[in-house]
Design a protein around this ligand. Structure first.
Ligand code: IMP
Length: 232
C-alpha cells in the first residue's frame, strides 16, 4: 500500500516512514514522488493547513494521502511561533536563525516559565476523497542554549517533559517514540487498521476528484496522476 506524505521536509518524511515500518505501507514524500508542486498553506490553524495540503496533494495523486502541519507553541510567547514555526525569522532564515530568535525572545524568561509543546495535526485523505484529522502533542520546556545534533528545526532547544536532554540529544529513535508526530501517526495507523486489512489489501477506489480524475498515466511511480488543481 502506498501512502503519499505531502511534505518536502526529509526529516519529517523519514520519521513518518520509520513510524509506519512493518505496517505494509510504503511512504513517499513529495520530493521522492518527483513533483515540483508547491502546496499552499495559508491557514491560521494547524488544522486548516493540514487539510489544505492534504486535499491539494490528493487531487494530484489520487491515492491515500497524508499531510501534516506542526509547530512549536511557547507559553511565554502567547503560543508563538505556532503555525508560523517554519517561517519564524523570515522567509530566508534557516533553522539556526529561528532557534536564535526564539532564544533571544526568551532570554529573560526563567526555567519554570519556559514551558512549550510541539503540536502536530495530520489530515488523511482516502482514495474516495474523504478527509479526517488526527492530533498529537508533546509537552516540554525550552532550553537556554541549543544542544545536540540530531533531528531538525527546534529539536536542539526542546526538552520533552520527564527528560533532561533535548530532542536533538535524545536521537531519532527516542524522539520517534514520544514525538507529537509519533502520537498523531499512531492515531492515523490505528484508523487505517480499521479501514483496510493491513498490510496491503485495500482496493484503490476512484480518485478524490471522482471517477473522471482517477487513473491516467503516472509521472510518479505507482501513483495515478491528474493535472494539478491547486485549489485548497
Ligand atoms: P510545517 O512543515 O509547516 O509543519 O512546519 C513545521 C515547522 O515547525 C518546522 O519547519 C519546524 O520549524 C517546526 N517543527 C515541527 N515539528 C518539529 C519537530 O519535530 N522538531 C523540530 N521542529 C519542528
Amino acid at each position: 500500500m502506498k501512502l503519499l506524505f505531502a511534505s518536502r521536509n526529509t526529516g519529517k518524511v523519514t520519521e513518518v516512514a520509520q513510524l509506519l515500518e512493518g505496517t505494509g505501507w510504503r511512504v513517499m514524500g513529495l520530493s521522492a514522488a518527483g513533483t515540483e508542486v508547491e502546496l499552499v498553506e495559508s491557514g491560521m490553524t494547524f488544522e486548516d493547513n493540514a487539510r489544505m495540503k492534504a486535499r491539494q496533494a490528493a487531487r494530484i495523486f489520487n491515492d491515500w494521502t497524508l499531510a501534516d502541519d506542526s509547530g512549536l507553541e511557547v507559553d511565554a510567547l502567547g503560543g508563538e511561533p505556532g503555525v508560523f514555526s517554519a517561517r519564524y525569522a523570515g522567509p530566508k532564515a534557516g533553522d539556526a536563525d529561528r532557534v536564535r530568535l526564539l532564544l533571544d525572545k526568551l532570554i529573560a524568561v526563567p526555567g519554570e516559565k519556559r514551558t512549550a509543546r510541539f503540536r502536530c495535526v495530520m489530515c488523511l485523505v482516502d482514495p474516495a476523497g474523504e478527509d479526517r484529522l488526527f492530533e498529537g502533542k508533546v509537552e516540554g520546556t525550552i532550553s537556554h542554549h541549543p544542544r545536540g545534533t540530531s533531528g531538525f528545526g527546534y529539536d536542539p532547544v526542546f526538552i520533552p517533559k520527564g527528560e533532561a536532554r533535548t530532542f536533538a540529544e535524545l536521537g531519532l529513535d527516542h524522539k520517534n517514540r514520544i514525538s507529537h508526530r509519533a502520537v498523531a501517526v499512531r492515531a492515523v495507523v490505528a484508523h487505517l487498521r480499521t479501514k483496510v486489512s493491513m498490510p496491503g489489501s485495500a482496493k484503490p477506489a476512484p480518485g478524490p476528484g471522482g471517477p473522471g480524475r482517477s487513473g491516467g498515466t503516472s509521472g510518479f511511480p505507482g501513483f495515478g496522476y491528474s493535472p494539478p488543481d491547486l485549489r485548497p
